[in-house]
Design a protein around this ligand. Structure first.
Ligand code: ATP
Length: 235
């Protein structure tokens, strides 16, 4: 059984069809990347999984359970965490408060403290800035905070929407190596990226989405060698 599976997902914004029958799965322990150009439907795909966008047709399964109609907080409690495009940290809250928001559904203070220690392990910089307001952090630090906040919910699947967006190459390298490290310690990851080359470098498998349809999918190593992909996404 796949940990996450989308079957024939159709999604609309008013009259605009953003997804036209998306099929995709993620197995436990994988990094799967969804690549595609601006407006292809990457964010919408993640939003249908997290429950922010309701598909008009199709089904979404988490560990075999149909979560198609789940509300965002229910999906979060079920074990799917989303790091949204543009980070969306709470700028006026402190770094610590931002992290605590990620554990909103966790009553046990000891569990919250343990998760925070884990976050510090991956993101030592965060620990040094706990009392600083989120909005005063750099873009890279905010991305790390957004990832840390997502981890605070103790997810089974971590979804990242364009973590590299707007960051300097050296910071992107750091973020990608942390994603890899998280995966090596067992986290299942669905990574949306416009930065196809780097995403395919760390992913096991990839899907290419274009105007709401999956154009191609396969092992990352195969996609990286594909001429059509090279020309359209890796140039
Ligand atoms: P980006 O990198 O720009 O976020 P994307 O691949 O994530 O691209 P989506 O954001 O999923 O693409 O958008 C898919 C399509 O749906 C696009 O045509 C976009 O214009 C449209 N769309 C996205 N959000 C909305 C919205 N809130 N209202 C109307 N149309 C939308």
């Amino acid at each position: 059984m796949h940990i996450l599976e989308l079957r024939d997902i159709h999604a609309f914004y008013g009259g605009i069809q953003a997804l036209k029958g998306v099929n995709l799965y993620v197995d436990k322990g994988e990094i799967v990347t969804l690549i595609g150009s601006n407006g292809a439907g990457k964010s919408t795909t993640l939003k249908t999984i997290s429950g922010q966008v309701k598909p008009k047709q199709g089904n979404i399964f988490l560990n075999g359970k149909d979560i198609t109609s789940a509300l965002p907080h229910e999906t979060a409690v079920s074990g799917v965490a989303q790091v949204p495009e543009g980070r969306r940290i709470f700028p006026r809250l402190t770094v610590k408060e931002n992290l605590e928001m990620g554990a909103f559904s966790v009553k046990n203070k000891k569990v919250v403290a343990e998760r925070m220690e884990k976050v510090f392990h991956y993101f030592p910089r965060i620990k040094e800035r706990l009392s600083q307001r989120g909005g005063t952090m750099s873009g890279g630090e905010q991305q790390m905070l957004a990832m840390g906040r997502a981890l605070m919910s103790g997810p089974n699947v971590l979804m990242l929407d364009e973590p590299s967006m707007g960051l300097a190459p050296i910071i992107v390298e750091q973020i990608f190596s942390i994603i890899k490290e998280l995966n090596e310690s067992g986290m299942t990851i669905l990574l949306v990226e416009q930065n196809a080359y780097q995403a395919l470098q760390i992913a096991n498998r990839g899907y290419v989405i274009q105007t709401g349809e999956i154009l191609m999918s396969g092992q990352s190593s195969v996609l990286l060698r594909d001429d059509q992909i090279k020309e359209a996404y890796l140039a």
